[in-house]
Design a protein around this ligand. Structure first.
Ligand code: BG6
Length: 484
């Protein structure tokens, strides 16, 4: 399918996300020749800037990414970009913006809302008032969409006044990662795993997203948000759905999303009484990451000195259906952890009757490790005979290292998702009901933590989180997979 001609209006064009992720992703697509020659990017912000000023500011803030291409590629990319002032309180700005877009009439108009969520509704109102909500307009909503179920539903309901659901692309960039789609290919493109992908053969599932970074320059936002809202409500629950969903009847967007919502609905509620047993919240203290001393969370810029915001979460989730009853899904995420890893680990049960001497190891020997980060790989661990005059077994693994196995350019998550919006593919975006259901599940945890007198458990920066996270699993005789 060839790429349609488009205008992409980037609200929040001067912001961090635009500079760190969106424009670099579009630059990558541009360099790969994937953008229509006529396509334009209209970056907007509330300040009066000329396009020249704006482009000059990109030169500084995007130098790391400019170096990836030739000077010609960068200048032809810049030639696509215009700066347009668009303050949501100024109708005249939106009249001018609409005029810019409607007069050219590209096949597709993408309005990307990379702004604070309180601006989503005023921006949508202005877009609708100026005719920028016609059926060829697609709107992309960045997370966080709201702060809880009520506020997220309020935004969704308001946006729905102006845009049909099939025009709305709620982005979760984890769904754009290649390994996540490979997980679907592995599960539903091969007969091998599906018979084992169930409670009879799976002992537990672990999903970890650990980061070395702290809160960086987003202290103020992060302190109001915390890890449960920032990572669990969206990325971790979406990954859990990808692992646990039933085979969809086709690759169509609603076939996949219908299966994901069934899993979200089947998640066992974590009641206030369960919170102490099934969840751990932590907050980092000063320590060292990658050999460098780093301050504690409470010393970071923009953080209240008595903040109780969690920078680490571990949860034991369970899915109440026939396939997964009784199988723990351990979820974990944190800032300032020992290393940057995002992975899904499926631990398979041991053989029912062992005839070989077993290697001494506490973790299950058969495990499938799907790595999303730092490198993308899939590794199947199993037992083989130790070479030589012995019947003892040892562990080995079958490795699929994507970078080495497939020497082709692979799009990053944002690039892939932006191209999907331009092509009108909704499958990797979150439907409104999924989002609401994910909020419904996390809310009792948030509420119970908010009411609890106990502060988050401290952990030293550069470790794998508080000791309580290890204890959460050891109560089930399990261990976190920590092979870096
Ligand atoms: C974002 C969170 O959604 O994901 C950030 O808001 C987090 O806090 C980021 O750092 C992690 O994404 P990635 O792709 O770098 O793992």
């Amino acid at each position: 399918m060839s790429m349609p001609d488009f205008d992409m209006v980037l609200f929040g064009g001067t912001g961090d996300l635009a500079r760190r992720k969106l424009l670099p992703a579009l630059f990558d697509a541009h360099r790969a020749g994937l953008l229509h020659p006529g396509a334009r990017i209209l970056a907007t912000g509330s300040h009066a800037l000329t396009t020249e000023d704006y482009l000059a500011s990109l030169q500084d803030s995007m130098s790391w990414c400019i170096e990836k291409g030739t000077p010609e590629a960068w200048s032809s990319f810049l030639a696509r970009i215009l700066y347009v002032q668009a303050d949501a309180r100024e109708p005249a700005h939106f009249d001018a913006l609409a005029q810019q877009v409607l007069s050219r009439a590209p096949e597709v108009v993408v309005c990307y809302l990379a702004t604070a969520p309180h601006l989503f509704v005023p921006i949508c109102e202005q877009l609708a008032r100026t005719g920028l909500n016609h059926p060829n307009v697609r709107i992309v909503l960045e997370k966080p969409l709201g702060h809880d179920l009520e506020s997220s539903e309020a935004i969704n309901a308001s946006v729905a006044r102006f845009f049909a659901e099939d025009q709305i692309y709620r982005i979760d960039h984890y769904l754009g990662k290649e390994s996540v789609q490979n997980l679907m290919a592995i599960r539903f493109g091969n007969a091998l795993f599906e018979p084992l992908w169930r409670r009879e053969w799976v002992q537990d599932v672990q999903i970890t997203i650990s980061e070395e970074l702290g809160v960086e320059k987003r202290g103020d936002f992060y302190d109001r948000t915390g890890a449960l809202r920032d990572m669990v409500q969206n990325h971790l629950l979406q990954l859990l759905c990808m692992v646990a969903m039933e085979p969809p009847s086709s690759l169509s967007e609603d076939a996949i999303r219908d299966e994901k919502i069934k899993i979200l609905k089947a998640l066992k509620p974590i009641t206030p009484q369960d919170v102490a047993d099934k969840t751990v919240r932590g907050q980092y203290r000063a320590g060292a990451v990658g050999g460098k001393a780093v301050p504690g969370y409470l010393e970071e810029e923009g953080i209240a000195p008595d903040s109780r915001t969690e920078t680490f979460v571990a949860i034991k989730a369970e899915i109440a259906n026939w396939r997964w009853a009784g199988v723990p899904f351990y979820l974990r995420t944190g800032k300032r952890m020992q290393s940057r890893v995002a992975e899904i680990v499926i631990h398979f049960r041991d053989v029912p009757h062992a005839i070989f001497p077993r290697p001494l190891a506490q973790s299950p020997q058969n495990r499938l490790v799907i790595r999303l980060q730092p490198e993308e790989s899939i590794r199947l661990h199993f037992l083989v005979k130790q070479p030589g005059d012995t019947v003892a077994l040892t562990t080995t693994s079958l490795d699929l290292d994507f970078a080495n196995s497939f020497k082709v350019r692979r799009a990053g998550a944002y690039e892939r998702l932006l191209l999907d919006v331009i092509r009108g593919r909704l499958g990797l975006f979150v439907r409104r009901d999924e989002q609401a259901q994910a909020w419904r599940w996390v809310e009792p945890i948030l509420d119970t933590w908010a009411e609890s007198a106990a502060p988050p458990k401290a952990y030293t920066a550069g470790t794998w989180g508080p000791a309580a996270s290890t204890a959460l699993l050891s109560r089930d005789d399990a261990l976190w997979h920590e092979e870096v």
